[in-house]
Write a protein that binds this ligand. Structure first.
Ligand SMILES: [Fe+2]
Length: 308
């Protein structure tokens, strides 16, 4: 089945949208792109027109997760596939398609009301990415692997798996299950995971976006820059058991977290076997006080039943 090829973009809504310009450029090393029509802060991490949009709004909210599909034929076939499974798929209006800098966009809500978009043919400007601060490795690991990964918080991980794996076609990479964690990780290309879901009863939202730098020193610089820019490091430097990413988790102006990582694992779908890990990290990733007390991202209460 032709399906999702990459995490292409992410949109959140936040009253702190303007703070993302300084945060994105000085700390993350992203490049500020021209603002969106509603004033949204737009950040580039590669030659794509933009990858991250932070729209103005009264409270922090996950706007949409944008998935990239290879071409128009794959998109048409995938939309038909989703509709055959009873998913209500909408064609985006012209304004939205233009805003996403895409050739075409469809969207649907998952069983928990999170908006997912499917886009193909987004605008790219090869050779133009200019990091917002010194990046030794000249940038981020994107390309065929997409923007990075998102970890969503869901109230029902079984319903989530039934939708993301069985309907959307994400392939299970592995699970992390312990007395406090219940997560599933999925790939749609060679990146170990482009999507993960964490089970938190009664909650829905986004925990973090992961960005992967090309050079280990750029992760080190980020640690220094968090100190200089008063950005909280929520989880200390550590290395994950499943994707072997060496990373820190840092606060953003908007409640969600950014995992800033280096050296993530690639998977070969032909030979990959899903395992269950019982610890998220081999070493490190020690929790700060703020991590223990703050909400686990941009989350809201989920009331009622999953819609599928
Ligand atoms: Fe992550």
């Amino acid at each position: 089945m032709n399906a999702i090829s990459e995490l292409s973009y992410l949109g959140i809504v936040s009253p702190a949208y303007e703070e993302w310009i300084g945060y994105g450029t000085n700390v993350l090393g992203a490049e500020a792109a021209p603002a969106g029509p509603d004033g949204a802060t737009r950040l580039r991490v590669d030659d794509m027109g933009y990858r991250i949009a932070v729209h103005p709004g009264e409270e922090d909210r996950l706007g949409y997760v944008g998935w990239g599909v290879a071409n128009e034929r794959h998109l048409a076939e995938f939309v038909a596939h989703l509709r055959s499974h009873g998913v209500e798929v909408h064609h985006a209006d012209e304004q939205t398609i233009a805003e996403r800098q895409a050739a075409d966009v469809y969207w649907f809500a998952d069983p928990f009301g999170i908006r997912h978009e499917l886009a193909w043919g987004r605008s790219s400007y090869p050779g133009t990415f200019t990091p917002g601060r010194r990046l030794e490795g000249k940038g981020f690991v994107t390309g065929d692997l997409g923007l990075g990964h998102v970890v969503l918080i869901v109230p029902d991980i079984e319903a989530a798996n039934a939708f993301y794996a069985d309907v959307l076609g994400f392939r299970l990479s592995d699970r992390i299950i312990s007395d406090i964690f219940n997560l599933r990780f999925y790939h749609c290309n060679e990146r170990h995971h482009s999507l993960a879901v964490a089970h938190i009863p009664g909650m829905v939202g986004i925990n973090h976006l992961m960005l992967e730098v090309r050079d280990f020193d750029d992760l080190g610089h980020c640690i220094d820059l968090c100190g200089e820019n008063d950005v909280d490091i929520l989880l200390s430097l550590g290395r994950h058991t499943n994707d072997l990413m060496t990373s820190i988790y840092i606060a953003t102006p908007s409640g969600m977290q950014v995992e800033y990582g280096y050296g993530g694992l690639r998977v070969d779908d032909l030979t990959w076997i899903a395992r269950t890990n019982h610890h998220p990290s081999i070493w490190g990733h020690h929790r700060s006080e703020r991590y223990m007390t703050a909400p686990p991202g941009i989350v809201h209460k989920f009331e009622g039943q999953a819609t599928r």
